[in-house]
Design a protein around this ligand. Sequence first.
Ligand code: ARG
Length: 263
Amino acid sequence: MKKIVPILLILAAVLVLGCAQQQAQEEQKIKLVEKGVLTVGSDIAYPPFEYTDEKTGKYTGFDIDLMTEIAKRLGLEVKFVNTAWDGIIPGLQAHKYDVICSAMTITEERKKQVDFSDPYFEAKQVILTRADDKSINSAQDLAGKVVAVQQGTTGDFAAQRLIDEKGIKIVEIKRFEGTPEALMAVQKGDADAAIIDNFVAYLAVKENPKVYRVVEDPAFPPEYYGIAVNKDNPELLKAINQALKEIKEDGTYDKIYKKWFGE
Ligand code: ARG
């Protein structure tokens, strides 16, 4: 008995050390653009997911809070790089940042270029039209209309599908570099409607109820946002999924969700 106890202690110590070493090695395999920092690419003109707070001049939003929390769990600082949507994936591939978190929908096309984390948010496309324009009440009603989208978004692809697959005769899809420009086009009457992510549209209506109105249509399927990671960085993807899982399990996700979307 006297001999067994020290042996067990040694065994336990070896085990603990071994685990710690393995963890350190795994962490080392994570490639980062800047040591000790999780650098995040995002098109930061997309409230409530990512935008600049007018008062403080700081980046804020659901994605900003989520990535700040994920970085914290990985023991990293977080840095956001404001990036135009057009070119946001090439920027990741060129290692300008480690991940993309930008309300980016997981799609089969994008999966060919990047890896995605587990989904962190469910969304869908909606039609945003002017409050005083009663002529649009479904996707079908976009026949004969001009539709604004942010170029290269799922709203853009959805508009094109309405034409190609449903035969809806949209007159023109006006493609803008950013979502704010697409919303402005609707407000000014340069477009009759925009097709955009639902929560971005809901916020626009909440802030400008006299300007905008939302039209929902079952033609638009559910979409899921994911954090994009380079294909050569599976250890980072793993670590992010682990952090995401913990954040969901311990109530932190719900807290962030409530802060931005209420109950
Ligand atoms: N969810 C849409 C997509 O993935 C739009 C995302 C646009 N994000 C942004 N920050 N502008 O295509």
